[in-house]
Write a protein that binds this ligand. Structure first.
Ligand code: ADP
Ligand code: MG
Length: 254
């Protein structure tokens, strides 16, 4: 098996007295699709946010592509790594949020070219050419000049996916990308994600879409109360969970 592209060891995060991640060990290999399931409040979003250091963990480590990430921000260690290096590491992790988080004051195209121009220094022409290819990939090339407010939720989320891909990340992180959508718009977003998975994109997907997990995930992780309680191939975990709390959770959602 190849070296993991994302690896966490003993990852911990507390908010005040509330211990939200209680030591998470996770490995994701190149091209793998990992789905993270679990009840609301179990720490799934916090895990993604700690992986890309939108939240600074209280303990443990995250490696991305063999490099330890964000170590310099930790209060318990001193290190000469700079914030600039953290930003470069973060740009290897594309993030798609539940609520899209598009720039409202930028056109669809503007949303997709912003990062590549500002962070990666691409020319407008080069960024535009790549952005148009990505908008085509998510089926929205004809919306390039539209404003986010003119789009449906499903279209907004597909733009958000194109925007994340534009940074050419090593790994895509999805935090419940379809949870805010009307039911009839879920399918078009899952279809884009299915296509990405099929093209070999490494993906970590927090989702309540059990059907998607069963069909697309190479591996499933079930988090409960800040811990990984079960992990394995989707079919095995979903059909025959060993942990009683996982069994009870899946019993409610399946
Ligand atoms: P999930 O995504 O599985 O629903 P979260 O990671 O969002 O769970 O939240 C896990 C716990 O952490 C919850 O109790 C939540 O209230 C708490 N939490 C998350 N973010 C913060 C924050 N920024 N400040 C304080 N508490 C937080
Ligand atoms: Mg969440």
């Amino acid at each position: 098996m190849s070296a993991p592209i994302v690896k966490t060891v003993g990852l911990r995060k507390s908010f005040g007295p509330n211990e939200v991640l209680k030591g998470i060990d996770l490995e994701v290999t190149q091209g793998e699709v990992l789905c993270i399931l679990g009840p609301s409040g179990s720490g799934k979003s916090t895990l993604l946010r700690c992986i890309n250091h939108l939240e600074v963990p209280n303990g443990g480590y995250v490696w991305v592509d063999g490099q330890i990430i964000g170590y310099e921000l930790r209060k318990d260690v001193l290190h000469e790594l700079t914030v600039k290096r953290l930003r470069a590491q973060q740009s290897q992790l594309g993030m798609v949020f539940q609520h899209f988080n598009l720039f409202a004051h930028r056109s669809v195209l503007g949303n997709v070219i912003e990062g590549p121009m500002v962070v990666r220094g691409l020319s407008r022409a080069e960024a535009t050419e790549r952005a148009m290819a990505l908008l085509d990939l998510v089926g929205l090339a004809e919306k390039a000049e539209a404003w986010p407010a003119e789009l449906s939720g499903g279209q907004k989320q597909r733009v958000a996916i194109a925007r994340a891909l534009a940074m050419e990340p090593r790994v895509m992180l999805f935090d419940e990308p379809t949870s805010a959508l009307d039911p009839e718009l879920v399918g078009e977003v899952l279809e884009v994600m299915r296509r990405l998975a099929a093209s070999g994109t490494t993906m970590i997907v927090v989702t309540h879409e059990i059907g998607f997990a069963r069909e697309v995930a190479d591996r499933v992780v079930v988090m409960i109360d800040g811990e990984i309680r079960e992990t394995g191939p989707a079919e095995a975990v979903l059909a025959d969970p060993k942990d009683p709390r996982v069994r009870s959770f899946l019993g409610r959602v399946l």
